[in-house]
Design a protein around this ligand. Structure first.
Ligand code: IYR
Length: 230
């Protein structure tokens, strides 16, 4: 929970792991990676097949290589496996979601969500192999209790979470980004300190045999829509 704050001298070392692919190899690799990412689909239906902790750990290590403001790595990934904790998370999350879908979200938001077919039932919080709760560390607490500001926290945690989702997909796992709001109850259940803000729950595991996705989820913007050149 705490960490020592050390100041290190600037000490450059030669760039490690320099890539030396030809242009043709780079294009082939980029194309292959796009094909892999086209096969990622947010999944809301999981079965209870277990997933080894060592697979999850490798994915977390990959996420931990993310760039971050001043290299402060202001993220924490809390793994929840215990049935008791998961039951509590489900019951708290479903209570929030019932209020959300009953009208708290507002008409516009609920209309926008309609093509996704989501509702307040979240059985996957108990069935999927793992829940990974992503926390953002607003500041770093030194061993002596001193507080040190972190930088670009939402950006850093967003990048690391994107890399985690990518790593999980690459490993062959399905994932759902779940964001009950508000999520304050997660600090207590995951035993995380108050200065850590729960950002989302990643539900991770194997898809159910009859899992479906909303057809609308396949609509991705074109390259022309998501990019421009000046
Ligand atoms: N958190 C709710 C609602 C929800 C909101 C958005 I934005 C989504 O893309 C999907 C769902 C839920 O999990 O059902």
């Amino acid at each position: 929970m705490t960490a020592s704050v050390t100041t290190r001298e600037y000490q450059p070392i030669p760039l490690p792991h320099r890539m030396t692919h030809s242009d043709a190899e780079m294009l082939a690799r980029a194309t292959d990676f796009y094909a892999l990412m086209q096969q990622r689909h947010t999944c809301r239906f999981f079965d209870d097949r277990p997933v080894g902790r060592e697979i999850i750990d490798q994915c977390l290590l990959a996420a931990g290589t993310a760039p971050s403001g001043a290299n402060r790595q202001p993220w924490h990934f809390a793994l929840v496996q215990s049935p008791g904790a998961r039951k509590r998370i489900r019951s708290e999350a479903e209570a929030e979601e019932r209020a959300f879908y009953a009208g708290k979200a507002g008409k516009d938001w609920l209309e926008t969500l309609a093509p996704l077919g989501t509702d307040s039932d979240k059985p996957f919080l108990e069935t999927a192999a793992w829940l990974i709760v992503v926390f953002a560390q607003r500041y770093l607490v030194g061993d002596d209790g001193s507080r040190h500001k972190n930088y670009y926290v939402p950006e850093s945690v967003g990048i690391a979470t994107g890399m985690l989702i990518t790593a999980l997909h690459n490993a062959g796992l399905s994932c759902l980004t779940h964001t009950p709001a508000p999520m304050g109850f997660l600090n207590e259940i995951c035993r995380r300190p108050d200065h850590e803000k729960p950002e989302m729950i990643l539900v991770v595991g194997h898809p159910a045999a009859d899992a479906t996705i909303p057809a609308a989820a396949l609509d991705k913007k074109t390259l022309a829509e998501i990019s421009s050149t000046v």
